[in-house]
Design a binder for this molecule. Structure first.
Ligand SMILES: [Mg+2]
Length: 384
């Protein structure tokens, strides 16, 4: 009989060590979306990643990560460093309880935004611990519907690339087994967007799923006009046509257009995403584990989205989202962006348009040797 006060028993395990690491992952070349062409942001040259290693008294470990682009990584690192101590000594299996304590420890600066993004890395590491303890992939731990998910490529379709380059990269993605292609739109001149989309659709032919992403840069009138003009290209969806917080505008657009609307990647709390669900503002909801605050709040959003009959196509971080997309009842899409690959030893397998769910326990990720070289700061917290 195992001692119920220790390993595997009612008292459970204890979190004994948390290490947070701040990494800068450079991109192969800077990329521009519509926010750059409308003058709001500079091209993106790197992604900053906040990793979290958790260790437990039972000798288990877990790895989580969050990220920022352009700005905010220092704030995220500082906030996580400040609140992570409340998790020490708690049972890593009591994720909802640990999550609440992390959230409330930092609630003075809000329960959304940087605060939730900072603690998402810890929450994700705890889910990794739990799945590793069970000897299951995270998808299997959650209850999986499928062993692979449809995947589309985004990284080849940015706006700094001439349309010939977008077409070449789309062909390379399809040759590598990826099943769909997304390209950026939302330029100051709508006619240029329409020319590029027409060229890519012609290059791909009618059968390849094609999405466009305006990165919030249209106003309502332009989005409606663009949506109608794009209808002939049989798009899988139009992503972020409007400001991320214009839930009513997205809902009106969803009603007005036949092409499905996708949005949600910028939102940083369950409450913000619930508004999109309640208003049926999108056909494809796009929550993002690191941005919404971790796997725990993501699952709450997913439950509500399923209840409302929505599809869920999570944003970025395919390394985490492949598991969550596999565990969502309705089959959707996972976004293929390879930018974070230098951090990890593993590579996701993609065949016949689908990304295979890793079978290793947890997320199935280990930090690479290269990750150590990309680390620019870290902090370690230990239980007494
Ligand atoms: Mg997007």
């Amino acid at each position: 009989m195992p001692d119920p006060t220790t390993h595997g028993g009612h008292r459970g395990d204890r979190i004994t060590r948390i290490e947070l690491g701040l990494h800068d992952v450079p991109l192969a070349f800077p990329v521009s979306d519509a926010k750059v062409l409308t003058g709001r942001q500079k091209p993106m040259a790197e992604v900053s990643v906040l990793t979290c290693h958790v260790e437990t008294a039972d000798g288990l470990t877990g790895l989580g990560f969050s990220y920022t682009t352009r700005a905010g990584c220092r704030a995220q690192f500082a906030h996580a460093s400040e609140v992570a101590g409340v998790a020490l000594g708690q049972d890593p299996s009591d994720i909802a309880k640990v999550y609440d304590s992390l959230l409330w420890a930092g609630a003075s600066v809000g329960r959304s935004g940087v605060a939730t993004q900072a603690i998402s890395t810890i929450d994700t590491a705890l889910w990794d611990v739990k799945a590793r303890r069970a000897g299951l992939s995270l998808a299997k731990l959650l209850g999986s519907h499928r062993d692979s998910v449809r995947t589309y490529n985004t990284s080849g379709g940015f706006l700094q690339a001439p349309v010939e380059e977008v077409c070449d990269k789309a062909s390379a993605s399809l040759a590598a087994g990826i099943g769909g292609i997304k390209m950026k739109v939302g330029q100051p001149d709508l006619r240029e967007d329409l020319r590029r989309v027409a060229a890519v659709r012609e290059h791909l032919g009618p059968d390849v799923p094609l999405m466009v992403d305006a990165n919030q840069q249209w106003d309502r009138a332009t989005a409606l006009r663009a949506g109608r003009a794009l209808a002939e290209h049989d798009l899988m969806w139009i992503e972020e046509p409007l400001d991320a917080y214009d839930a009513q505008g997205h809902a009106a657009l969803s009603r007005a257009l036949d092409t499905p609307i996708a949005t949600g990647e910028m939102l940083t709390s369950v409450g913000e995403l619930v508004r999109l669900v309640d208003l049926r503002a999108a056909t494809f909801l796009q929550p993002d584990v690191p941005r919404v605050g971790g796997v725990t709040p993501y699952l709450r959003v997913a439950t509500l989205a399923d209840h409302a009959g929505l599809q869920v196509a999570p944003h970025f971080v395919m390394e985490i989202h492949v598991h969550l997309a596999a565990a969502y009842p309705r089959e959707s899409w996972v976004e293929h962006i390879e930018w974070l690959s230098p951090l990890f030893d593993e590579r996701l397998t993609i065949t016949d348009g689908r990304m295979q769910v890793p079978t290793a326990p947890g997320l199935g990720l280990t930090l690479s040797d290269q990750a150590a070289g990309l680390r620019r700061d870290h902090v370690e917290l230990r239980a007494d």
